[in-house]
Design a protein around this ligand. Sequence first.
Ligand code: DAT
Ligand code: MG
Length: 151
Amino acid sequence: AELERTFIAIKPDGVQRGLIAEVISRFERKGFKLVAIKIVVPSKDFAQKHYHDLKERPFFNGLCDFLSSGPVVAMVWEGEGVIRYGRKLIGATDPQKSEPGTIRGDLAVIVGRNIIHGSDGPETAKDEIALWFKPEELVKYTSNAEKWIYG
Ligand code: DAT
Ligand code: MG
C-alpha cells in the first residue's frame, strides 16, 4: 500500500460529546491505519499556527479560542487515498450541507461545532503532521489486515 498520511483531529466538542470512539471507528473500519494518536489541550498560540491559513477570516479568533478550549484528540491516519477519502468521511465544512452518512452530517449541526478536522491536501497534511507530532511519535508497523484490504 502507498504510504499516504493525513492529520485528523477530534475537536473539543467531539471529545466532550463522547464521540472519540465513533470517529476512530469510522476510519478504522474503512481500512485506514492509525499511526499516531494523543490527547492534548492546544494553546491559543498553537491553534493559531494550526489554522494560520484562515487568519484573515472573521471567525479566526473564535475558532482558535474554541480549538484551545479543551482536549483535542490528534491523530495520523495512513492508507491509499486517505487525505481525499478522509475528507469524504468527514463531510462538508458546514454540517447543514454535509451528507448523511458523513461524520459531520450524522453528528453535528453548526459550522462552529463540527467535531473534526482533516487535512485538505498533501501539503497541509505534511505541515499539520509536522506541527502536531514529532517524527518518532509516528509508529511504523504492518497491520495483519493489510493483505486483506489491499490484496
Ligand atoms: P474544514 O474544517 O472543513 O477544512 P475550513 O478549513 O474552511 O473547513 O475551516 C476550518 C474551520 O473553521 C471549520 O471546520 C469550522 C470553522 N469555520 C469555517 N467556516 C466558518 C464560518 N463561515 N463560520 C464559522 N466558522 C467557520
Ligand atoms: Mg480546513
